[in-house]
Design a protein around this ligand. Structure first.
Ligand SMILES: [Zn+2]
Length: 427
C-alpha cells in the first residue's frame, strides 16, 4: 500500500510540476508587465470613457485578443460599439382611449428626434401590471429589439420617472411607455426630443466551446479609468489606473491567451474588457442587455489584483461569496496549490454591487468579482499614484494562474455554480 501510494504521489508531483511549468510559460510576470505597462502608460491618458485616448486602449486589447486566436465577439469585430443617449423631451401630446394624455405620463426610449405613434403603427402592446418587474421587462425588450407600447401601472411611478430621466443605450427599436393602468385601444402620441449621443466600446473575444457551445463562461475586467485631473504635489495629473483596472484587463488578456493555447474548453469562453465602469457601469450594462443571462454559467470579473491582499501574497477574495457556491468550486479546483481564495472581508463596502459583475448577478448569473484590493487602506486607490511601479508583477501572475486553475471544472462543463437569487439582491 505504502509503496503504491508513494508511487501515486510521485506521479502526481511529476504531473503537477509539468503542468505548472506549462502554465508558467504562458502566465508569467514578464508577460504581465508587458501588458500592464502598455495599458497604464501615460500616453493612454488614464483611459477615461468618452475620451479619444480610451480608443487606443480598446485597439490594443482587440489586437491582443486577435493575436491570442480568439474569435471576434461582435460579428467580424472585437469591438462592441454603442452609444449613450442623454435625450431631453421637447414636447409630448396625444390621446388615449378618448382622453387627452397627461404629458407627464409619457416616456419614450428612442434614438429618434420625433416619433408619432398610433394603434396602426405596429407597436406591440404590453400591459405592465402592479406585480410585474418593470426593469426586467424593459431589459428583455431591449435585448430582443422591436417597437413596443408599454401600459404601466401607476405603482411603478417612481421607477418610471427614473427611467424617463435616465440615460439610454443605443436602442434596437422604439419603446413608448404610458403610465396608465389600462389597456390601450385607440391612441395617438406625438413626441419630440433633443438627442445627444456619445459613443462607447466594449472589447469582446470568444473561444467557442468544444461540446457545450451554448453555455458561456465570462472572464471580464474594465479597461476604463478616470482620465486626467488635477496635478498632485509631484505635478502628475494622469490617473493611470494601473491597478484599477488595467490589472484586471491584463488578467483577461492573459487568460484568453492561456485558454486559447489549451483549446480544451467544453464551454464557450467569453473575454470582455468593459468600458465606462467608472462612469456608472455602462459597458457591462450594455453587454448584459445583449446577452441571454440564462446561458451564462459563471462570470469571473477581475478588479484590482495588482497589490497583495490583506492576507499577503498568493491570496485573493471573492465578492458576494455566500450568494452562490462558485467560491467553493474554485477552492476545490485550487486544492494542492499554495493559493487561497477568501470571502470578501469588506462586506460594508458593498463591493459585490460596485463592479461589473452586478448587472449579470441581478439577472441570476453566478457573477463574482475577484480582487486583492485592501479597500480599507489601499493607498493609491483613485489617485495619480496608481502606477505600475506600485504593483507586484509576480503576485499578479500567481493570481491570474490561480484564476485559470480555479475555473478548470467550470470551463470543462463539469461544474455549474448555483444561481444568484436575484430577488434577494439590493436594488
Ligand atoms: Zn475598478
Amino acid at each position: 500500500m505504502v509503496k503504491r501510494c508513494s508511487y501515486f504521489i510521485l506521479l502526481l508531483l511529476v504531473k503537477q510540476t509539468a503542468f505548472s511549468q506549462s502554465i508558467n510559460k504562458i502566465i508569467n510576470a514578464k508577460e504581465v508587465e508587458r501588458i500592464e505597462k502598455t495599458l497604464s502608460a501615460d500616453d493612454m491618458r488614464g483611459r477615461r470613457a468618452f475620451s479619444p485616448e480610451i480608443d487606443k486602449a480598446a485597439d490594443f486589447i482587440a489586437a491582443e485578443f486577435k493575436k491570442a486566436g480568439l474569435e471576434p465577439g461582435n460579428g467580424s469585430s472585437f469591438l462592441q460599439e454603442f452609444a449613450m443617449f442623454h435625450n431631453k423631451p421637447v414636447s409630448v401630446s396625444g390621446t388615449m382611449n378618448g382622453k387627452t394624455l397627461d404629458e407627464k405620463s409619457v416616456a419614450v426610449l428612442s434614438a429618434k428626434e420625433a416619433l408619432s405613434v398610433n394603434q396602426s403603427s405596429g407597436f406591440k402592446q404590453i400591459v405592465v401590471k402592479a406585480h410585474d418587474t418593470l426593469p426586467t421587462i424593459l431589459m428583455k425588450l431591449r435585448r430582443e429589439g422591436g417597437n413596443y407600447l408599454l401600459m404601466v401601472d401607476t405603482v411603478h411611478r417612481a421607477l418610471f420617472e427614473r427611467i424617463k430621466r435616465g440615460s439610454l443605450f443605443t436602442p434596437k427599436g422604439d419603446i413608448v411607455m404610458v403610465l396608465l393602468p389600462e389597456e390601450a385601444g385607440e391612441y395617438s402620441i406625438q413626441y419630440k426630443q433633443t438627442v445627444d449621443s456619445r459613443p462607447l466600446k466594449n472589447v469582446i473575444g470568444v473561444l467557442p466551446g468544444k461540446s457545450k457551445k451554448e453555455e458561456y463562461v465570462i472572464f471580464s475586467g474594465h479597461y476604463d479609468h478616470l482620465g486626467v485631473g488635477k496635478a498632485n504635489a509631484a505635478g502628475d495629473s494622469i490617473f493611470n489606473g494601473a491597478n484599477d483596472d488595467a490589472a484586471g484587463t491584463t488578467a483577461v488578456i492573459m487568460l484568453a491567451n492561456y485558454f486559447a493555447k489549451q483549446r480544451k474548453n467544453e464551454r464557450t469562453l467569453v473575454f470582455v474588457a468593459f468600458t465606462a465602469e467608472e462612469s456608472g457601469g455602462f459597458g457591462s450594462q450594455y453587454f448584459s442587455q445583449n446577452f441571454n443571462p440564462d446561458q451564462v454559467m459563471a462570470m469571473f470579473n477581475i478588479e484590482m489584483i495588482g497589490t497583495d491582499s490583506k492576507w499577503g501574497t498568493n491570496s485573493a477574495f471573492i465578492t458576494g461569496y455566500e450568494k452562490t457556491d462558485m467560491g467553493k468550486i474554485l477552492e476545490k479546483n485550487l486544492e494542492g496549490t499554495d493559493f487561497k481564495f477568501y470571502p470578501d472581508p469588506y462586506p460594508d463596502q458593498q463591493l459585490f454591487y460596485r463592479s461589473d459583475n452586478a448587472t449579470l448577478a441581478r439577472l441570476g448569473v453566478p457573477a463574482h468579482t475577484i480582487s486583492t484590493s485592501k479597500m480599507d487602506s489601499e493607498k493609491f486607490y483613485h489617485t495619480q499614484e496608481d502606477e505600475i511601479e506600485t504593483l507586484d508583477m509576480n503576485n499578479m501572475a500567481a493570481i491570474i494562474r490561480a484564476i485559470a486553475i480555479s475555473s478548470t471544472s467550470i470551463v470543462a462543463g463539469k461544474d455549474s455554480p448555483t444561481r444568484v437569487a436575484a430577488e434577494s439582491l439590493r436594488r
